[in-house]
Design a binder for this molecule. Structure first.
Ligand code: HEM
Length: 180
């Protein structure tokens, strides 16, 4: 997982909890990297899972809620960190439709070792969007936070429903969105 995800996660923990919380969770977890993340580095995905679990244990906030909150935070970081990705988009749904072929494909050029999910668009019109998330990392709660952050960024509100399709490691998550 790219270092930028780790550095933004630590920033969020510091802002929404405290600097001590950052130190505490790094101490709680046996991190091969030692917790000294840089935005351009690449670290094991398992370290992120362990850090989120440690934060959940210390804060009492459930892991899915932490991942959703982090997703919203991360989207704002992407807006600030990758402004060129936003210049041709005026609408949240059309931006989300381009995640796979436009946004993440550019990310892959910048970071050839990025481990990205896959998004399939099942339906898109002015009011409704249905996309299916697949990833062996199963970060569907993070995806939900990123989607919500995206809708907020474009100044809209939308109803979001989720359903799991498939089973076991093959399972995927369908997100059904409708502008309110
Ligand atoms: C400008 C906007 C965006 C940028 C620059 C961006 C970039 C990235 C980067 C750098 C990663 C880390 C890859 C790695 O760890 O190796 C990532 C992961 C991810 N992105 Fe995006 N992303 C953007 C928008 C979105 C949006 C809107 C969604 C949701 C629809 C999304 C869903 C995800 C998810 C869920 C992951 C975690 C990896 C996984 O699930 O397998 N991203 N993205």
């Amino acid at each position: 997982m790219k270092g930028v995800v780790f550095t933004e996660f630590m920033d969020m923990v510091e802002k929404q909890f405290s600097a001590d919380m950052v130190d505490d969770i790094i101490e709680d977890v046996e991190l091969p990297s030692g917790g000294a993340y840089t935005a351009v580095g690449t670290y094991p995905h398992g370290e992120m899972v362990a850090l989120v679990m440690a934060l959940s244990t210390r804060s009492g906030v459930a892991v899915p809620d932490l991942l959703r909150t982090f997703g919203e935070y991360l989207f704002t970081s992407f807006v600030n960190g990758f402004p060129t990705f936003f210049k041709d988009h005026g609408d949240a749904f059309s931006f989300l439709v381009g995640i796979e072929d436009v946004i993440h494909s550019e990310v892959r050029k910048l970071y050839p070792d990025a481990e990205l999910p896959r998004f399939d668009v099942e339906h898109h019109d002015d009011r409704r969007l249905v996309i299916v998330y697949s990833s062996v990392r199963h970060l569907e709660d993070l995806a939900e936070g990123l989607i919500l952050g995206c809708i907020k960024h474009f100044g809209r509100t939308a109803r979001l429903c989720r359903e799991t399709i498939g089973e076991g490691e093959q399972r995927r998550e369908r997100f059904l969105l409708e502008y309110s």
